[in-house]
Design a protein around this ligand. Structure first.
Ligand code: COA
Length: 315
């Protein structure tokens, strides 16, 4: 496949580190030095699905396609107020899309998982034009009393449109199932046989272990994928790495021995927006005109699961 349109949408409320330090025992200095984040977009009076619809329409506009041209709609979403139907149906109703559609919940690497699925549908002859939208509000997953998690996240949506082409050079997905390092749990309704005795658990994270997993998953995942597709890291124009923490990105630069200016960073303005992080970064760089035809772009993301994935594209 080939990406022919990108789009993104952000909540209008910007929350700075100073604003957080008004109600949390934290500081701009701590957050900036430990994470590289200075502000993030946080959903307030918007609806998540409207951000998803906006990102999707921008990607369709750039692609020059209408909703009637799309054969498959894949949405990556971890939480929303809609347990069922999925976010794909909720967004499709807004934009008037009626092709087959489904949601995936693969946490932060959701965009790479969705690219891999789009390519598989295309190769199987089941779809030619695919819309992917990653629509996330992790700020509704954390406890805003927990300074070790809520300072890290921001909300947003990113989308791409793909069509026939030979520009996805390879994808590599990996799972190391471990559900205790990064998780959120919700208690379901009581039944005559189950009493709802427990409470919901907001996002919990073993920060240092997740940090180590992220660096290892990205460096090994990208290296093995590049070996598989026969592309040298020196020939990669851009490494688009999941924006979880600037220190994670710096460690990846050190381990992979690649020039820092080939890893675009926007975490300072966004925080970690889960699976929306990669397509938002892709859209920002694309709209700045950073990509030239023929550029080799590597995408890499990692997160809860523990899942990770990498993709190599030719622009
Ligand atoms: N402000 C001030 N202090 C804070 C704080 C905050 N927002 N959050 C935590 N602290 C404190 C801790 O309570 C701890 O205090 P103590 O030493 O008195 O117990 C101290 O800072 C160090 O905490 P620690 O967790 O060891 O810090 P760290 O250097 O590992 O940084 C993270 C914490 C979360 C920034 C870092 O581990 C990280 O980024 N991990 C990966 C997270 C991630 O990217 N997750 C998503 C992946 S998709």
């Amino acid at each position: 496949m080939r990406i022919i349109g990108t789009g993104s949408a952000l909540p209008k409320k910007i929350v700075t580190n100073e604003m957080l330090s008004e109600f949390l025992d934290t500081s701009d200095e701590w957050i900036t030095t430990r994470t590289g984040i200075t502000s993030r977009h946080v959903i307030s009076d918007e609806r998540l699905e409207d951000l998803g619809a906006e990102a999707a329409m921008k990607a369709l506009d750039m692609a020059g396609l209408g909703v009637e041209d799309i054969d498959l709609f894949i949405v990556s979403n971890v939480v929303s107020e809609h347990i069922t139907p999925g976010m794909s149906c909720v967004v499709a109703e807004i934009i008037g899309l009626n092709c087959p559609m489904f949601d995936i919940n693969c946490a932060c690497p959701g965009f790479i998982y969705a690219l891999d699925m789009a390519e598989a549908y295309y190769k199987a002859g089941k779809a030619k034009n695919v819309l992917i939208a990653c629509i996330e509000e992790p700020t509704r997953m954390t406890s805003w009393q927990d300074r070790s998690t809520c300072v890290l996240f921001g909300d947003g949506a990113g989308a791409v449109v793909l069509t026939a082409g030979d520009n996805i050079k390879g994808t590599k997905l990996k799972a190391q199932p471990d559900t205790d390092k990064l998780f959120m749990r919700r208690v379901l309704e009581s039944t005559p046989y189950i009493n709802k005795a427990e409470s919901d658990i907001p996002l919990q994270m073993r920060g240092r272990e997740v940090f180590r997993f992220a660096v290892e998953a990205c460096t090994h995942g990208v290296k093995s994928l590049l070996d598989e597709v026969g592309i040298k890291k020196e020939d990669v124009s851009w490494f688009m790495v999941h924006q979880a923490n600037k220190r994670i990105i710096d460690s990846i630069i050190d381990f992979m021995q690649v020039p820092a200016d080939r890893l675009p960073v926007n975490i300072q303005d966004h925080g970690n927006s889960s699976s929306a992080s990669c397509p938002i970064l892709l859209d920002e760089c694309n709209r700045k005109g950073m990509f030239k035809e023929g550029d080799i772009i590597v995408l890499s993301a990692f997160g809860a699961g523990l899942l990770s994935g990498a993709a190599v594209l030719e622009w």
